[in-house]
Design a protein around this ligand. Sequence first.
Ligand SMILES: Cc1cc2nc3c(=O)[nH]c(=O)nc-3n(C[C@H](O)[C@H](O)[C@H](O)COP(=O)(O)OP(=O)(O)OC[C@H]3O[C@@H](n4cnc5c(N)ncnc54)[C@H](O)[C@@H]3O)c2cc1C
Length: 328
Amino acid sequence: MLNDPIVVLVDRTPEGDPTPAAMGLVSVARGLTSADVVALVLGSVDTSVCAELAAAGASRLLAADLGGREAVAAVAADAVVAAVEAVMPAVALVGSDYRGKEVAGRAAVLLGSACASDVGDLQVVGNELRASKLVLSGTWSTTMTVSAQADRTPVISVHAGASEPAPTADGQVELAVEALEVALSAEAAAVTVVSREVADAAAGPDLSEAQRVVVMGRGTDGDLELVHSLADPLQAAIGATRVACDEGWIERSAQVGQTGASITPRLYIGLGVSGAVHHTSGIQGAGTIVAVSDDSEAPIFEMADYGVVGDVAQVVPQLVEELARLRS
Ligand SMILES: Cc1cc2nc3c(=O)[nH]c(=O)nc-3n(C[C@H](O)[C@H](O)[C@H](O)COP(=O)(O)OP(=O)(O)OC[C@H]3O[C@@H](n4cnc5c(N)ncnc54)[C@H](O)[C@@H]3O)c2cc1C
């Protein structure tokens, strides 16, 4: 176990609750240090948020009022810097989605420290923090030691699914909200959010955090309704291969793979996906992999736990029917 505190940037849902990934990250931090786990929350905080974070293992809560600008990654990075300077932790952890990686990189530069991104596992060995991540399209796992040098706190972005949220064994701690003053950098102050809208693909569960993902490949021939017919009853997020995005069947934010999102769902279902390495590098952290393709030689079957050789237009309705039957 580490003996120094850990700061965790807590991402929130549009309703203001900590995201499942953020809860998981707090829980990961709790398992790494015997000192404080300091949850950094952007915006206002109510008692239910305090209770949730305490149950996940936070022992302090810093709330930064950023005047509604918390969506800007540079603003969030300034808040991480302020929290690090206030707490002097061993490490600061953020989620490893697009925004989290931007926040981590920027905060590390401002702190003059190191940044590790896309980390899938964190362990303490002796008194050293070890971070592991998949590299080279998921063909190698690399483990590095990450430590503060000359009091410069490193920042690590960690994938959702690195750990399950787990309540602490010591019973509930009352978390008092501590206000954190954040001095905005000139770069952060220069950015103003003009508008925000939820992308269609994100209208379901968030891809980077989803426990179940159904991926639309070329073999679906753009039939989003077919993909939804399976994803919706599973409450799964919809992802896509680059081909499906290039074809304009779904927006780019749904792309999974080397140049898209890396996902770590418990269940991945690929529909008409061949399994090119550029795609499968983004699903290395997936639990059970199910593939439906009409080509029995498709590389995805080499990594699939369950494979169905057939036409998605015939197989998917049968899957949906069977799911409904099992649930009735
Ligand atoms: C630098 C670089 C980066 C890239 N980054 C990414 C990335 O991030 N993500 C990504 O996904 N790709 C990426 N690609 C593209 C990648 O190499 C593949 O071209 C892409 O993943 C293939 O998508 P696909 O599986 O949908 O299509 P295909 O490879 O064409 O496979 C379609 C599959 O569906 C099957 N099929 C066809 N019709 C049916 C049917 N009716 N029923 C069932 N099965 C059917 C076919 O037999 C085939 O197995 C990248 C490529 C490069 C060069």
